[in-house]
Write a protein that binds this ligand. Structure first.
Ligand code: DGL
Length: 255
């Protein structure tokens, strides 16, 4: 009956939780965002690992039965250490480059993420298992998360940042764009807008959210810890300014 804990550096993990509310409505949830320390993506690996472990410890103290690391950056940095440190099952998100690389076409696959995710061995290894890793262009996009954390989601509100990071691909054929950061799922319209103005190709958008939640369902079942009578109740906790963040969080999970 205990809740499943969802962790992210900030609001991004709400995009994964939202999926869980649809796919696993019999569970109850506890969300923890480390907004006081977000973004994680430009921090050192030591910092990210320290802050993530501290946040998961806080969720453990609140009595969760399983955790979802709804943060690509934290997964890439320290998922193995977390699994060794806590007694409950831990499910984690990974960038959805596999389905993206299965798209038809001769164009590129764009993988957008934080700087940390793109540079870590875990992501490089995932990339090396693709049939044609050279099709994938990995682009760190600092700046997006900060703006999303401020509650900004408009399609045209990110043109300057996207221009700065993606102008070197002007006119290229892009078959797929992987949103390799859970925050980015909330600004799909900004990516679609940029792609329609600057790229050729269909630039189909991919995220790993539904796959992560399906894995959570399998893990709860395998450990015999499914909740038969939960009601998708969500308790929200943050290390940041709860009065400012909770209304944004609630509107994001209701989308
Ligand atoms: N939402 C996060 C991710 O999926 C982290 C963003 C950040 O804090 O930089 O990577």
């Amino acid at each position: 009956m205990r809740p499943v804990g969802f962790f992210d550096s900030g609001l991004g993990g709400a995009s994964v939780l939202r999926e869980a509310l649809h796919l696993l409505p019999n569970e109850n949830y506890l969300y923890y965002g480390d907004d006081a320390n977000a973004p994680y993506g430009d921090r050192s690996y030591t910092d990210i690992a320290f802050l993530t472990e501290k946040s998961v410890s806080a969720m453990a103290d609140f009595g969760i039965k399983a955790a979802v690391i709804a943060c690509n950056t934290a997964t890439a940095t320290c998922i193995d250490a977390l699994r060794g440190a806590f007694p409950f099952p831990i499910v984690s998100i990974e960038p959805a480059i596999k389905p993206a690389c299965e798209t038809e076409g001769s164009g590129r696959v764009l993988m957008l993420s934080t700087a940390a995710t793109a540079s870590l061995p875990r992501y490089k290894h995932l990339l090396s298992t693709m049939k044609d890793p050279s099709r994938v262009v990995s682009v760190p996009c600092p700046g997006l998360v900060e703006r999303i954390e401020r509650g900004c989601f408009a399609a045209d509100a990110f043109d300057d940042i996207l221009e700065k990071h993606l102008s070197f691909l002007e006119g290229e054929t892009i078959d797929a764009i992987v949103m390799g950061c859970t925050h980015y799922v909330f600004i799909k319209k900004a990516f679609a807008r940029y792609a329609s103005l600057h790229f050729r190709g269909k630039a189909e958008l991919f995220d790993g959210n539904a796959a992560t939640v399906r894995q959570l369902g399998r893990v709860l079942k395998a450990n015999n810890i499914e909740n038969p009578c939960g009601s998708a109740h969500v308790e929200y906790r943050t290390s940041g300014d709860k009065a400012r963040l909770e209304p944004i969080f609630r509107s994001l999970i209701a989308l």
